[in-house]
Write a protein that binds this ligand. Structure first.
Ligand SMILES: [Zn+2]
Length: 440
């Protein structure tokens, strides 16, 4: 009897172990099935790291990538394929931040009960592919980044990176124009900002310095800081802080940077998102750089005017000007249609309103509202000097217009003067955005 009892116990134990194992498996299947399916070696849904299931559309349902017989297909419109390449991705998975890689799990359409469906999932991007078309055409073969977003939701409506190529035909790898072509320059590049960084210096100055409104800044064309001559683009004479920004006076902003101090500039750079990596619907961006040196140093003066070793990711600039437009609170930028970015308070409402008024004054006093017909524009240009003698052209800002809540950033690599070169690209995309909003 003892023997039988022992055997029964052993059998019971075995049964319990089997049940436990099955339970564990079912639990793991339910809990981890999605990640098993999305394992990159699963050839049913992946080819070389790029999803081959599901559909990617723009915000209006225009299909940018689909499937046919288990193969990835793209739009039949070649210009659209090129303009949307970095938002969508490629067959080989070389563009890691493209939807086909970044949102691959959503494209499988996996669920616990049905498993992987044949048609896969649909990813609706927040971009309007027609705005991408306009932006890419406006760049006209120049390298750079164009971003336009809705600052009330954080949705990115236009995201173009140049150079680009047609994912159906590829590109000539021996042509140096295509260097860095896989990089989405909107999210994964950081550029010397030049004068657009004066908006950051101003945030620090408004926080730390009293009586800015009553100050007169004097410019004789240059100033010497710690034995280092900082040259201005002109001889601006006496100017208010508004005029100093509109003149983009280096002398005044070197002074503001020095007076605000290195720790203020560093902490405001951090607080406004210019030094850390941000995320856009889960996609990490490249961190910028800000090394303002010590108080009283030439490095600090140069940092205050956006030179020194300062580097800024275009997306971080979009997020900042969006927050200025939103009275100090912006939305985290997102790339999926209908998604609302988390609210992000970047600066006090009083500072945001002051910056907004000054950015509008820039347009009226310096840039010429006539170059931006019909737009209630607030903007800042930048002409960032880089090592080889040419300059990066920047133009950033927003429309102070509740019906058209658009913020934007244009950067053209080695593109020359910001207003003259990046300004018209911004105008083209803004005009198209306003026009498109009337249609929808
Ligand atoms: Zn000056």
């Amino acid at each position: 009897m003892k023997k039988v009892k022992r055997r029964a116990n052993a059998a019971l134990l075995l049964a319990a172990a089997v049940l436990l194992g099955m339970g564990l498996y079912v639990w793991r299947f339910a809990a981890q099935g999605r990640s098993w399916v999305n394992f990159r070696a699963n050839q049913h849904i992946y080819s070389a790291g790029s999803s081959v299931s599901g559909t990617v559309t723009d915000r209006y349902g225009v299909v940018l990538a689909g499937t046919a017989e288990g193969e990835r297909t793209f739009s039949t419109d070649a210009a659209l394929r090129v303009a949307c390449l970095h938002a969508v991705g490629d067959r080989q998975g070389n563009i890691g931040t493209g939807a086909l890689s970044a949102f691959a799990d959503k494209l499988t359409g996996y669920d616990v009960l049905a498993g992987v469906t044949d048609s896969g999932g649909v990813v609706s991007l927040s971009i309007d592919s027609e705005l991408n078309r306009t932006a890419y055409a406006a760049l006209a073969g120049r390298k750079g980044a164009v971003l336009l977003g809705d600052y009330t939701t954080g949705e990115i409506l236009c995201m173009v990176s140049s150079p680009s190529y047609d994912p159906e035909t590829g590109f000539d790898g021996t042509d140096p124009w295509y260097e860095g072509v896989y990089l989405n320059r909107c999210l994964s590049a950081a550029y010397t900002p030049g004068s657009v960084f004066k908006l950051v210096t101003l945030a620090a100055a408004l926080d730390r310095l009293d009586g800015l409104d009553d100050r007169i800044f004097h410019c004789d064309g240059s100033v010497t800081v710690d034995g280092n001559e900082i040259v201005c683009s002109g001889v601006h004479g006496d100017q208010t802080v508004e005029q100093a920004l509109a003149n983009s006076c280096n002398v005044a902003f070197a002074e503001l940077g020095l007076e605000a101090g290195a720790s203020a500039l560093r902490s405001w750079g951090e607080r406004l998102g210019f030094t850390g990596s941000l995320t856009v619907s889960g996609i990490p961006t490249t961190a910028g750089r800000l090394e303002p040196g010590e108080d009283g140093s030439a490095a600090l003066a140069w940092s205050g005017i956006g030179q020194n070793t300062d580097l800024v990711c275009p997306l971080a600039m979009l997020r900042y000007v969006s927050a200025i437009a939103g009275g100090g609170t912006g939305r985290e930028c997102v790339l999926l249609a209908g998604e609302k970015g988390a609210a992000a308070r970047l600066l006090p409402a009083s500072a945001a309103d002051k910056l907004k008024a000054m950015m509008n004054y820039n347009v009226i006093y310096s840039y010429g509202a006539g170059s931006f017909p019909g737009l209630t524009l607030c903007a800042k240009s930048g002409t960032a000097e880089v090592g080889d003698g040419s300059s990066h052209a920047w133009f950033t800002g927003f429309l102070d217009d509740p019906g058209h809540p658009y913020a934007f950033v244009v950067v053209i690599e080695n593109g020359g003067g910001g207003l003259r070169n990046a300004g018209p690209v911004a105008n083209a995309v803004l005009q198209a955005a306003v026009e498109r909003s009337a249609m929808s």
